[in-house]
Design a protein around this ligand. Structure first.
Ligand SMILES: NC(=O)c1ccc[n+]([C@@H]2O[C@H](COP(=O)([O-])OP(=O)(O)OC[C@H]3O[C@@H](n4cnc5c(N)ncnc54)[C@H](O)[C@@H]3O)[C@@H](O)[C@H]2O)c1
Length: 438
């Protein structure tokens, strides 16, 4: 097959870098989105997400005429679907009142429907959105076959999981190994050929459902590993141990690699994808479900740390540093840091949040435009995200910027001794002792 023109549906964190990388590698690309703000921003030569280097690549792609932005698809040799697959809380009570979350597949459905009028013999369609097992064959295939064309015979259909790391997307898109699962071996081959346009990592062909499962297995494994780290933090707190020291020592074992605890798990992937297994096969996934619950409850553990440090929270002025779900990104989706702030506000604390990557923040969360403003007049400083800017904070300089003398570190970014020397009392997540002499 030779691909000259492709259409990418969904121009977010995944679709926009993918569309522009194809375009800068010579492909004619139509980028499609349904969000007016996204379309207007891109049409003005700007971008709506923070990702290092992306603005330059998008501008180059648009300037060369290879990337055009549109509100609807056009006929093309291949269609890539990179639309959101969030979850929603199941309110039917069907799961014994337990907090089950279900996949919201409406965007995938409408993207597949939007392709139908443009599907021709020989076209390739690739679903990239993280999806529950069997989505490609049971949801997308029947929609596309409304054309009367048969998947695998008349047109190619494949699933390809995206595994890029936000902050490194442009490099990882090219260098990472890529799995392509076809509804037939020919479909997998067609997908492999398309991505060979720019992928330098290994391209591995398999079937569509295996490819779907690979992606969810990866994120589920990380979720479970973080859950055990979070549980270790709670246990260390109970037993008077410093969890960070204990993890460092345990990880000296050649076959042990315990991850870092923190305020919880967020983002569009790890906190969402394990639910796709739980929803599809609840009888087979008790461990996955429990790990999700442990991580979702972690903001409450942070609350207990804050209560330990400050006693009553009513009226306490807290400078909360960071709202993103992980370091050095602007993504606030499902962020546990934001959840901690909400819990503190509900408990009557007077919280001012500072998020350097997204100063407009989230509805209902009072924000400050600068770090200085968040620190000024605070009773306590609560570090929630390991942004590089926060890691570099010098406690002896911070003393001059704030009236706070209590700091709480939930991500092990700060050296306790330096903060103590500068006159702060420091409380750390998962640390049931203050110093080696305790
Ligand atoms: N962000 C990541 O790091 C990451 C990593 C791996 C996989 N994924 C998966 O990739 C998929 C996309 O994630 P994202 O982070 O790029 O989402 P996003 O929210 O950043 O972007 C999705 C875009 O799709 C648009 N959209 C929604 N419905 C549409 C439709 N019917 N037609 C065209 N456009 C539509 C939205 O307006 C939005 O701009 C998700 O399934 C996600 O789980 C994301």
């Amino acid at each position: 097959m030779s691909f000259k023109k492709i259409c990418v549906l969904g121009l977010g964190y995944i679709g926009l870098p993918t569309a522009s990388t194809f375009a800068t590698h010579g492909m004619e690309v139509v980028g499609v989105d349904v969000n007016r703000r996204v379309l207007d921003t891109l049409s003005n030569g700007e971008i709506h997400i923070h990702e290092p280097g992306l603005s330059t690549v998008v501008q180059a792609a648009v300037k060369s005429g290879k990337l055009t932005i549109s509100e609807k698809p056009e006929e093309a040799d291949a269609f890539l679907i990179a639309v959101p697959t969030p979850f929603y809380l199941d309110k039917t009570g069907e799961h014994n009142g337990e907090p089950y979350k279900l996949a919201d597949m409406r965007a995938v459905t409408s993207a597949a429907e939007a392709i139908v009028p443009y599907l021709r013999k020989g076209t390739l369609v690739v679903l990239e959105s993280t999806s529950p097992p069997r989505t490609t064959v049971e949801l997308v295939k029947p929609i596309l076959e409304q054309t009367g064309l048969e998947a695998g015979t008349d047109f190619h259909l494949a699933y390809s999981p995206e595994r890029v790391l936000p902050g490194q997307i442009l490099r990882e898109l090219i260098e990472n190994a890529r799995v392509i699962g076809g509804v037939t071996p020919e479909s997998a081959r067609a997908g492999a050929e398309l991505y060979a346009t720019f992928v330098k990592g290994e391209i591995i062909q398999t079937d569509a459902t295996t490819a779907e499962m690979v992606k969810i297995m990866e994120n589920t494994t990380r979720d479970i590993n973080i859950a055990i780290a979070n549980e270790f933090a709670r246990l260390a707190d109970r037993f008077g141990v410093d969890v960070w020291e204990a993890i460092k020592l345990a990880n000296l074992h050649p076959r042990i690699n315990i991850l870092s605890p923190g305020p919880g798990v967020g983002g569009h992937c790890i906190s969402v994808d394990p639910w796709f297994f739980v929803e599809a096969a609840p009888d087979l996934s008790p461990l996955i479900y429990t790990a999700r619950k442990v991580n979702d409850e972690q903001p409450h553990f942070v609350m207990s740390l804050v209560q330990k440090a400050l006693g009553s929270l009513k009226g306490k002025k807290i400078a909360a540093l960071g709202l993103a779900y992980k370091p050095d990104v602007d993504d606030l989706r499902e962020s546990p840091a934001a959840e901690v702030v909400r819990l503190l506000l509900d408990a009557g604390a007077n919280v001012r949040s500072y998020e350097p990557f997204k100063t407009d923040g989230l509805p209902g969360i009072p924000m400050t435009p600068t770090l200085e403003e968040a620190l000024k007049d605070a009773d306590a400083i609560l570090l929630l995200v390991r942004h590089s800017q926060f890691c570099k904070m010098n406690p002896s300089k911070v003393t001059a910027l704030t009236s706070a003398r209590v700091v709480m570190d939930t991500v092990n970014a700060w050296d306790a001794a330096s903060w103590q020397e500068a006159g702060f009392q420091i409380f750390r997540l998962g640390v049931g002792k203050f110093s080696i002499s305790d």
